[in-house]
Design a protein around this ligand. Structure first.
Ligand code: GLN
Length: 277
């Protein structure tokens, strides 16, 4: 046998049809990893033959992908904002939509010197680390209920060499001293437990505690809105990610808790995805 070339390995993507909506990208990313090369290399050297160990690793990774495992779990990392973050089954895989929350957060703090920011349910630390990397004068605290997620966020912090952010275990505000912040951000669980979306794609491999909330997905959002004012400085802002059909409900809960200047923004898919007050 003459071996398998890059072009032939890329043809494996056909097997992912119907299983992944990014079959081409998935196959390319798995190949890049086992060749330790960038994507441009794949397109420049399609005839390059994989060594036996490269092929073995590629096939092992590809088989995991065929079984539905998220690319981010197979590779152990995901790019978010300008950062590459380690991911694990202990937390949600960072999503591009959450970059819209980072953008909005940066706008909110742009005129503040040394802003103090709290990130609730930080997971990989994605939001807190992205903000910390953009604003070296900011002080960030990221909290998560799961100790494994706190350890993951902390290892991402160390790998990025950021010293203006720290992470601690806390069930929302429960373990926190009464510090007040300029901005509180969160991408909390907001999916209803009956949502059929929970049985498709990457979410099947992510912790339910990071995805699902009671009361039609609104329970944690309501709790955060209820308690947040005690932890906000005068004029401080709460900024939340939520489901694409929850914007009205979130605006209502914010208004009834006394928030003003309530405003929603759309994600890259055009859905109302983040709301501030
Ligand atoms: N946006 C994610 C999804 O729909 C869910 C994130 C969350 O619950 N915070 O898959």
């Amino acid at each position: 046998m003459s071996g398998v070339s890059i072009a032939q390995a890329m043809a494996y993507r056909g097997q992912l049809a119907g299983l992944s909506d990014s079959a081409d990208l998935d196959t390319a990313l798995l190949l890049c990893r086992c060749l330790n090369r960038s994507r441009s290399y794949l397109y420049s050297w399609p005839e390059r033959v994989l060594t036996a160990s490269e092929l073995e690793q590629f096939q092992a990774h590809f088989t995991r992908r065929l079984a539905g495992e998220p690319i981010a779990h197979i590779l152990g990392s995901r790019d978010f904002w300008s950062l590459t973050l380690a991911v694990s089954p202990a937390s949600l895989i960072p999503r591009p939509d959450t970059e819209c929350l980072v953008e909005r957060a940066l706008e909110i703090i742009c005129e503040l010197g040394q802003p103090q920011v709290l990130d609730l349910g930080t997971g990989t630390g994605a939001i807190a680390l992205a903000l910390a990397s953009e604003r070296s004068d900011a002080q960030l605290l990221g909290v998560d209920y799961l100790p494994e997620a706190v350890a993951l966020a902390e290892s991402n912090r160390l790998a990025l060499g950021l010293s203006n952010v720290c992470f601690q275990q806390s069930n929302w505000f429960a373990g926190l001293p009464r510090t007040q912040y300029h901005l509180i951000v969160s991408n909390p669980p907001y999916i209803d437990s009956d949502d059929p979306h929970l049985f498709e794609g990457d979410v099947r491999f992510e912790p339910r505690s990071a995805l699902v909330a009671a009361e039609g997905g609104m329970a944690d959002i309501k709790h955060i809105i209820q308690v947040a004012p005690d932890y906000l400085l005068a004029g401080g802002v709460l900024l939340l990610e939520h489901g694409f059909q929850q914007a009205d409900a979130v605006r209502q809960v914010l208004a009834s808790r006394g928030f003003s200047d309530i405003d929603s923004r759309r994600d890259y898919g055009g859905n109302e995805r983040i709301t501030m007050g």
